[in-house]
Design a binder for this molecule. Structure first.
Ligand SMILES: [Ca+2]
Length: 282
């Protein structure tokens, strides 16, 4: 089934059909055509600036990792992978791509985003409405927590955990007791931006993959307003495309001001920079 193969999220068809009929034909086309959503976007971006990129450096990435969450912390990547029976939390050496530490989730859980908050790692799951808190060093499970929506991506701004659920709404959680403190509605001048997936907090902004495209939106974390779109089409060479799934994975090295991206089953992980004059779309 192509939906299983491409996304692992077959229920997404129901989600799209029920919630956003106008996006249906736009979303299905890239899934049928193949990986990366080449040439397609879920909607026409609003007036926010559109940026392109250049690759600073590429790194090896585990081709068996169905990447759902990516973080850079103190010289290492922490990565959460998905799919039932294949979901993991792992610590990865950036230079070699070697997995240094790994735990597997119970097959009943489909792992999603991860974030490192102090000495803890938070990992969420797709439809089980259960998240996990681990000790960063040992990966020992400290506690579970629950939430009332799907879990897609997670990051934090130093005070609040920020979660996506595949819609245009971000959930703000207290990292101490995990209760929901509020929501942030993400939109540009053309309306809500749906399909927000993997997240990363970068200097006052929230970066979000827009599922199932090669696009990242840059969101003002105070207002929810989209301030820029980054078009990441063409990151993988043609020979690397067979078997890969969509872009999913954003990490930021605050100390070195380095931005990293990868995707599901991608053989490479990239450090990128925005480039060029932004193109205004009217
Ligand atoms: Ca991230």
């Amino acid at each position: 089934m192509i939906f299983d193969r491409i996304t692992g999220k077959q229920d997404m068809l129901k989600w799209i059909t029920g919630r956003w009929p106008t996006v249906l034909c736009l979303c299905l086309t890239p899934l049928v055509l193949g990986a990366q959503g080449q040439g397609m976007e879920p909607r026409i971006p609003g007036r926010a600036d559109l940026h392109h990129y250049r690759v600073v450096r590429s790194y090896p990435h585990d081709r068996g990792a169905f990447t759902q969450g990516l973080v850079y912390d103190d010289g290492f990547f922490y990565e959460g992978t998905g799919l039932h029976g294949r979901s993991t939390l792992r610590k990865v050496d950036p230079a070699s791509g070697r997995v240094l530490k790994e735990i597997g989730l119970s097959p009943s859980y489909f792992g999603e985003g991860v974030t490192v908050f102090g000495d803890r790692i938070f990992q969420i799951t797709w439809q089980s409405r259960v998240g996990f808190v681990y000790d960063k060093s040992s990966f020992s499970l400290l506690r579970k927590f629950s939430y009332a929506h799907e879990g897609w991506g997670i990051t934090h701004d130093g005070k609040r955990l920020i979660m996506s659920d595949g819609t245009s709404v971000l959930h703000l959680l207290d990292p101490k007791d995990l209760h929901e403190m509020g929501t942030l509605r993400v939109r540009d001048d053309r309306g809500p931006v749906e399909g927000l997936n993997e997240l990363e907090y970068v200097r006052g902004a929230i970066y979000a993959n827009v599922w199932p495209t090669d696009t990242i939106v840059v969101i003002d974390s105070r207002t929810g307003r989209v301030t820029a779109w980054i078009d990441l089409k063409g990151l993988l060479a043609k020979e690397d495309l067979p078997g890969v799934d969509v872009l999913n994975g954003i990490a930021y090295d605050a100390e070195g001001d380095r931005l990293f991206v990868t995707g599901k089953f991608w053989p490479k992980l990239f450090e990128i920079k925005w480039i060029g004059q932004p193109v205004r779309r009217d």
